[in-house]
Design a protein around this ligand. Structure first.
Ligand SMILES: Cc1ncc(COP(=O)(O)O)c(C=O)c1O
Length: 373
């Protein structure tokens, strides 16, 4: 059996140990510490003058953003339907109600027309909109912001999958009132687990730091006036993050190269279409993803199981959240036909790990080309 090809495994740069050793040498093993400060400041440098706050996960960062937007039980929070459950789970933590919005064909991200429809039809104003930059591709912020400005609706940009991606040259993670990144094991950069909240102002960043440190007040004893959380990133984990950020550009280039190779090698298969990249998008191509046309007689599940027989990991696109049993009572808005349901029915994400060679890509493509019906 040939070596296993994973969907998107962690890929260390070689410099990570240096920062971990520093933490050990100074015995700074606790949360916070110099690596965390440096990870945050390096992130700020990368993004421009924003305020980054490192956390235990991307999910924690979404949760804190919602708390800071004063989301309360019974409130509506709009959210992309085509996403991982972690985008919407924090809405449930607060007893609020996610309302799901369909995708557009162009980017597979939130459809501005469906968003407008939701705003016109909901009986009360939502507290926030969680926009996902799916599979490393920016949403159409020009159009989305028009709607949000009209209704004065704050955006939380869930850029968990999109570090290194851009919209019209502007970096993902900087479009909303808050931006969110994840560094879990399968993301373009991994710290084993971790996340980052990007704030617009220093005051927001200080408040986020307060909330993730059990909301401990500045007093000579333990004093608490509100609910807090234990969401601080550890100094060891942050060491991985500093080293990983140093090679972000290489990783984006490699992911884009992998995508280009797949497109080249599968170009003669008429029933396969690739995730589009609109002219305003510069995707980090986190996971190269395809749609399999109905007339191919092949299903995504058949392709995935054939690849699995050959020790290759591939997976379906996210099952839209509005169709998950967890959210069966939640509202869902779409324009004419539900786009994200059709993406789910025919979509497959192919292995896209940055250690892949051209030969590995060839191996995946040959299996796909030779599947017999
Ligand atoms: C779109 C999206 N949002 C949020 C998350 C949550 O990030 P984390 O796993 O760091 O909590 C993930 C990844 O898991 C994700 O893909």
């Amino acid at each position: 059996m040939e070596n296993r090809l994973y969907l998107s495994p962690p890929h260390m740069s070689g410099n990570e140990k240096k920062y971990i050793d520093l933490a050990f040498e100074s015995n700074w093993i606790a949360p916070l510490g110099p690596n965390v400060d440096k990870f945050e400041s390096t992130m700020n440098e990368y993004l421009g003058s924003h305020y980054a706050v490192a956390m235990t996960s991307g999910t924690a960062a979404i949760h804190i953003a919602l708390v800071m937007l004063d989301v309360k039980p019974g409130d509506y929070v709009l959210c992309s339907s085509m996403t991982f459950v972690a985008s919407a789970n924090p809405v449930l933590y607060l007893g609020a109600e996610p309302v799901f919005i369909d995708s557009e064909h162009n980017s597979w991200n939130i459809c501005p027309r469906s968003l407008e429809k939701a705003m016109q039809n909901l009986e009360k104003k939502p507290k926030a909109l969680i926009v996902v930059d799916l599979l490393g591709q920016s949403a159409d912020y020009g159009e989305i912001k028009k709607v949000c400005d009209k209704y004065n609706l704050p955006i939380i940009e869930d850029a968990a999958e999109a570090l290194g991606a851009k919209y019209n040259g502007i970096k993902c993670g900087t479009f909303g009132e808050y931006g969110v990144f994840s560094f879990n094991g399968n993301k373009i950069l991994s710290t084993s687990g971790g996340g980052m909240l990007i704030c617009k102002t220093k005051e927001q960043a200080l408040r986020a730091k307060h909330l993730i440190t059990q909301a401990r007040e500045d007093a000579p004893y333990y004093l608490h006036t509100e609910v807090g959380y234990n969401y601080r990133m550890s100094n060891i984990v942050a060491g991985l993050g500093i080293a990983q950020l140093g090679i972000l550009e290489d990783r984006v280039n490699k992911k884009r190269f992998i995508n280009k190779c797949y497109q080249e090698k599968l170009k003669d298969i008429s029933y396969i279409r690739f995730m589009p990249e609109p002219e305003w998008s510069y995707s980090n191509r986190w996971l190269t993803s395809i749609l399999v046309d109905d007339d191919s007689l092949l299903t995504p599940t058949e392709i995935i199981s054939e690849l699995e027989k050959n020790n290759i990991e591939a997976r379906r696109l996210w099952k839209p959240l509005h169709s998950q049993p967890l959210f069966e009572k939640n509202k869902y808005f779409f324009d004419n036909e539900s786009v994200c349901d059709s993406l789910f029915e025919s979509g497959v994400s192919l292995p896209s790990g940055t250690q892949m060679t051209e030969k590995d890509i060839e191996r995946v493509c040959n299996i796909i080309k030779n599947i017999k019906k």
